[in-house]
Design a protein around this ligand. Structure first.
Ligand SMILES: Cc1ncc(COP(=O)(O)O)c(C=O)c1O
Length: 467
């Protein structure tokens, strides 16, 4: 069956929710990220409230939020501890003049983020989101090299299929074509290497693929000239490639390569941070310490726009001098280090530590993985990937030959609608889908979630004539 937008597919063609004429008119006055507005108007999804694992639309329909907003609400929506911390801080101060001083609560957050980060990553600045943290990290690395006698180091190497944010430098580092080609030309000095997932069928094992792909970074550095390369920027587990978890050796090769050529290893942990992978950061899950971690999303459990750059403390020495030296980091934002956001960040980290949510992510993640593996019985799943509760499920047209679906994957497209119809929010690409349930979930919640996924998948298979 052809799945074309606007066509009626019987029950499948029903609207997800009935938007009012006013809502539809207003939807035309804005845009939903990366979506065509005509599709948004046809399949409107207007949320009214959220609590814990669930969101409700303005029709009163309940959805299981299997990705915590968008990999953000690690404690679920409106966690009582987060709400309480916000209320307390709102009574005191919500904006500290950022050009003149800093909130005391922001210093508390800096200390806490330093404590929970690996190695000597103790130099911290919080921002309003992931992209800002990525921008800051790249500017920090460039200025660092200017002030440490290697001013020619300015290039960054990242992965095809990656996503690092919507701002210009973060987009230039991004390797996912559909989110960047419309804005070309990009900034100069951004180079790409293939993701291991793109080469996996050329090698006999995942380990071998990873080894080969990791070594490409060194080839690029040598070809470009090590004196021109400032950093490697990589998600330890790449979401937009389909939740691709590399081998430990892959990240170790990157670490060794960076050490060899004095190149900064920057982990984009905007998505992987804050307990999902079984540790506070995926860097700790893998046992690899980068020079800079960029975080976002989970830091506020989605309650406020927030991110942070966490860098090696000794790098900060290059920015510390007398006033006349003018070596301070030449960077800032109105809402950087915001006191209200800091109170939220602190509450989230304390909740993760006190309730041992990293350990829970690991244990619950194994349970989730086993349940998702059970979906292979439908014959359209190649792999269940990821770590902890961050899992990706890749579709394949034929599980025996591993023949992939064509780019206009109709199964994934159908799943986008059947999942909403059955009341579950997933991240669907459409060649794969991902889940990362909030860590307030327990095994019965995982059962409910996978049950909803199964019902949605079964209906998507039926609609696309694959049963
Ligand atoms: C890995 C990664 N990096 C960076 C970003 C950008 O973060 P933000 O949307 O908060 O600017 C995202 C957002 O989805 C992300 O997933």
């Amino acid at each position: 069956m052809q799945l074309l937008p606007g066509k009626n597919f019987g029950d499948y063609g029903k609207q997800i929710m009935a938007a009012t004429e006013r809502q539809k008119r207003l939807l035309k006055s804005t845009f939903i990220d990366f979506k065509q507005t005509s599709e948004v108007i046809r399949d409107s999804l207007i949320f009214e409230k959220a609590k814990g694992l669930y969101c409700w639309d303005t029709d009163g329909k309940r959805y299981f939020d299997a990705i915590g907003g968008i990999f953000a609400a690690v404690l679920g929506h409106r966690h009582p501890r987060v709400i309480e911390a916000m209320k307390r801080q709102m009574e005191k101060m919500t904006l500290a003049p950022p050009l003149h001083g800093i909130g005391d609560i922001t210093l508390d957050l800096i200390e806490k983020l330093g404590e929970v980060s690996p190695g000597n990553l103790d130099f911290v600045k919080s921002f309003s989101g992931g992209s800002e943290s990525i921008e800051a990290a790249m500017k920090f690395a460039r200025q660092y090299f200017k002030q440490t006698g290697q001013p020619g180091k300015y290039k960054f190497i990242s992965l095809y299929l990656s996503y690092h944010g919507g701002t210009f430098a973060a987009m230039s580092a991004t390797g996912s074509g559909k989110r960047k080609t419309k804005f070309e030309p990009h900034m100069a000095g951004f180079l790409k290497v293939v993701s291991p997932i793109q080469y996996r069928d050329r090698f006999s094992s995942w380990e071998e693929t990873n080894r080969f792909c990791a070594r490409m970074f060194e080839d690029v550095i040598i070809n470009e000239g090590p004196e021109t390369v400032a950093g490697i920027i990589i998600e330890p587990i790449c979401n937009t490639a389909g939740i691709v978890a590399p081998t430990h050796e892959y990240l170790q090769i990157l670490r060794d390569t960076c050490n060899r050529y004095n190149v900064m290893l920057i982990f984009d942990e905007v998505l992987t941070g804050f307990a999902k992978t079984g540790s506070m950061f995926a860097a700790q899950t893998y046992g690899i310490t980068p020079d800079i971690i960029c975080s976002g999303k989970g830091l506020s459990s989605g309650a406020l726009p927030m991110g942070a750059m966490i860098a090696r403390e000794d790098m900060a020495d290059a920015f510390y001098g007398a006033v006349e030296d003018d070596v301070q980091f030449a960077h800032g934002h109105t809402y950087a280090g915001n006191p209200l956001a800091s109170a939220v960040g602190l509450a989230v980290i304390e909740e993760i530590i006190e309730n041992k949510l990293c350990e829970k992510a690991e244990k619950l993640g194994s349970y989730l993985e086993a349940k998702l593996e059970g979906l292979k019985k439908y014959g359209v799943i190649r792999e269940v990937r990821g770590k902890g509760i961050l899992r990706g499920i890749e579709f394949v047209r034929d599980e025996k030959t591993m023949e992939p679906f064509p780019r206009d994957n109709k199964l994934g497209t159908a799943l986008k609608r059947t999942s909403l119809k059955h009341g579950i929010i997933l991240r669907i690409d459409p060649d794969w889908f991902a889940v990362a349930p909030p860590l307030i979930a327990d095994e019965p919640d995982i059962d409910e979630m996978v049950d909803l996924i199964e019902k949605s998948l079964r209906e998507a298979l039926m609609i696309t004539g694959q049963t």
